[in-house]
Write a protein that binds this ligand. Structure first.
Ligand SMILES: [Zn+2]
Length: 153
């Protein structure tokens, strides 16, 4: 196909991946998150009611980035390899870069933690990666949080 007949930019090109049973439980909290995430804190979070589950890295990144942008300020992501928070940028002027960075983080198939800091204070966003073992009844992420919670019990 000649280059001049190819369509223009379409945004995200690669198709989102899914793994059977693998999904993320997402939580938002205002200014109560830990300075340093711990396994105990993750376990406590997973025992609470999540927002509706997310099944792909694209969904996770979108939830994190738009949630953080709603709070405003600068976005920081938890980098577990270095046990530290790294600044991703300003949520107004660098939103697209923040979104792409979060998508890359989520594409690892791990949990992704984001903090938004502005003059309003701090808001914490947690996307906890869970397997079919941790959430066995929930292999096909329901968009309905009530149905999701019922299946877990
Ligand atoms: Zn689940």
């Amino acid at each position: 196909m000649p280059a001049e007949t190819l369509p223009g930019p379409v945004g995200v090109v690669s198709a989102p991946w899914r793994l059977p049973g693998f999904h993320w439980h997402v939580y938002r909290r205002d200014a109560v998150g830990p300075a340093w995430p711990t396994p105990e804190e993750r376990a406590a979070r997973l025992a609470t009611m999540p927002d509706k589950p997310r099944a792909t890295p694209h969904q996770v990144a979108g939830w994190l980035a738009y949630g953080a942008a709603g709070h405003g300020g600068r976005a920081y992501v938890w980098v577990p390899e270095y046990r530290t928070w790294r600044c991703l940028g300003d949520l107004d002027s660098e939103f697209n870069r923040v979104l792409v960075e979060l998508m890359l983080q989520a594409a690892h198939g791990d949990s992704v933690y984001v903090v938004a800091c502005s003059w309003l204070g701090r808001a914490d966003f947690f996307a906890e990666a869970v397997t079919a073992v941790e959430c066995a009844a929930h292999g096909h992420a329901s968009p309905d949080v009530v149905a999701h919670a019922r299946r877990r019990s």
